[in-house]
Design a binder for this molecule. Structure first.
Ligand SMILES: NC(=O)c1ccc[n+]([C@@H]2O[C@H](COP(=O)([O-])OP(=O)(O)OC[C@H]3O[C@@H](n4cnc5c(N)ncnc54)[C@H](O)[C@@H]3O)[C@@H](O)[C@H]2O)c1
Length: 344
C-alpha cells in the first residue's frame, strides 16, 4: 500500500460557504478505488472543513493544519494537491522536496509560467512523478476520437479547433485535449489576442473575458481556440483532416463525416465501470507500480498546453507572434490588467 496524503479538502460545490468543488472529495474515493493506497494524513487550513471531510469518508488518519508538518511526519509517497492554483507551485514543490514519489496536482499547473517551469524542474531534479488532473484523457469518448484521428479516420490531421469559457481554468482542459488528439506533439508558435472588461476570477485566478489563439504544432497541424464572449464554433472540438471531419458534441458523443460516409454519423461512447477520475488516479499509481511508465497526466504533457495559455497572453502583450519556448516567466494577462491596458 502506498502512503497517500491530501492537501486541501474543501467542501462540496454549492454547499453553504463553499469556495469551489472540494476536489479532494473526488481525489480521495478515486484513489481508494484502486485498492493500492492508504491515507496517512490530510491537511486543511480550515478545521470545520477537515471535520466534514473526516466524517464524510470515516477517516481515521490525522488532520494537519500545517501541510509541512504532515509531509515531515507522515512521509507520504503520493500527495494530492487540491488547492487553488496560486498555491500549487509551493505545495507540489514542498511535497517533492519532502520525498513524495508522485504528486497528483489539480489543474491549471500554476499562476505564471515561471512557477510551471520550477515545478517541472523540481520533479526532474528529485526523480519524482508530477501529474496534473487533466482527467478528460480518461473519458472513453475522447480516447475513441484520439484513436480515430491517429488511425487516419479523417485522413491527415490539418487543424483542431475548440471553444470554451476562458483560456486558463477551462482552456487548460481543452488545450490538453488538443495536444492529446495530436499525439502530444510540441508546439512551435502562438499568436493570440485577449480582452478583459470584468473582474472574472475563478478559483482565485484572474481570467480574460474573451480570447482567440492560433498556434502551430511542430508536425504542421494548426490549433485554434476561442474563449469567452460569443465564443462559438458550433462544436466543442472540431478536428479537420484531409479526408473528413470529427466534431465532439459533448463528453459522450461525437460525429464524423468523410472517408466513405455520405452524411454525418453520430457515435455515442459510454464511459464504462470506472469514471475518468478513478482511471486518472489509477494511472498516477501505475507510475509507481511500473517504473518507466509515463502517465497520460504527466507534467511533460500538461506543460506543453499550459505554455500555449501563457504564450497567448504574452502575444497579446507584445502585439506579435510568440515563438516557443516561451521566454517570459510572468503572466502577461495580469501585467496588462495591472498596467490598466485591459481589465475591469
Ligand atoms: N479537474 C477538474 O475537473 C477540476 C474541477 C474543479 C476544480 N478543479 C481545480 O481544483 C483545484 C481546487 O479547487 P477546489 O474546487 O477543490 O477548491 P476548494 O476551495 O473547494 O478547496 C480548496 C481547499 O484548499 C484549502 N487550502 C488552501 N491552501 C491550503 C494549504 N496551504 N494547506 C491546506 N489546505 C489549504 C482551502 O482551505 C480549501 O478548503 C483548483 O486548482 C481548481 O482549478 C479541478
Amino acid at each position: 500500500m502506498y502512503r497517500y496524503a491530501i492537501i486541501g479538502t474543501g467542501i462540496p460545490w454549492r454547499t453553504e460557504g463553499s469556495t469551489g468543488f472540494g476536489m479532494a472529495r473526488a481525489h480521495y474515493p478515486s484513489m481508494m478505488k484502486n485498492g493500492k493506497v492508504e491515507l496517512v494524513g490530510y491537511s486543511e487550513l480550515r478545521p470545520d472543513r477537515a471535520q466534514l471531510f473526516r466524517e464524510k469518508f470515516n477517516i481515521t488518519a490525522p488532520h494537519y493544519l500545517d501541510y509541512r508538518e504532515m509531509l515531515e511526519k507522515e512521509q507520504p509517497e503520493i500527495v494530492s494537491v487540491c488547492t487553488w492554483p496560486n498555491a500549487h507551485a509551493e505545495l507540489a514543490i514542498a511535497a517533492i522536496e519532502a520525498g513524495a514519489k508522485a504528486v497528483y496536482c489539480e489543474k491549471p499547473i500554476a499562476i505564471n509560467w515561471g512557477d510551471c517551469k520550477r515545478m517541472k524542474e523540481a520533479a526532474d531534479a528529485h526523480g519524482a512523478i508530477l501529474t496534473f488532473n487533466h482527467q478528460r484523457r480518461f473519458i472513453k469518448m475522447f480516447q475513441q476520437v484520439q484513436e480515430a484521428v491517429q488511425s487516419g479516420a479523417i485522413g491527415n490531421l490539418v487543424q483542431i479547433e475548440a471553444e470554451c469559457g476562458n483560456m486558463y481554468d477551462w482552456g487548460t482542459h481543452w488545450l490538453d485535449m488538443m495536444f492529446y488528439y495530436n499525439a502530444d506533439t510540441p508546439a512551435e508558435w502562438v499568436i493570440g489576442q485577449i480582452n478583459s472588461q470584468t473582474d472574472n476570477t475563478i478559483f482565485g485566478a484572474f481570467m480574460e473575458d474573451q480570447a482567440v489563439c492560433h498556434f502551430k504544432w511542430q508536425n504542421g497541424v494548426r490549433g485554434y481556440i476561442v474563449t469567452g464572449h460569443e465564443a462559438s464554433i458550433g462544436a466543442t472540438h472540431r478536428l479537420i483532416g484531409t479526408e473528413g471531419i470529427i466534431e465532439v458534441l459533448n463528453e459522450r458523443k461525437y460525429r464524423v463525416l468523410g472517408k466513405g460516409r455520405g452524411a454525418w454519423e453520430e457515435i455515442e461512447v459510454p464511459q464504462g465501470d470506472w469514471s475518468d477520475l478513478e482511471l486518472a488516479a489509477a494511472d498516477v499509481v501505475r507510475t509507481l507500480d511500473e517504473p518507466g511508465y509515463k502517465s497520460l497526466l504527466s507534467v511533460d504533457n500538461a506543460i506543453q498546453s499550459t505554455e500555449v495559455i501563457f504564450a497567448t497572453y504574452h502575444s497579446s502583450q507584445i502585439h506579435g507572434r510568440v515563438d516557443l519556448p516561451l521566454k517570459y516567466d510572468g503572466n502577461s494577462l495580469l501585467d496588462l490588467v495591472a498596467e490598466g491596458k485591459i481589465g475591469p
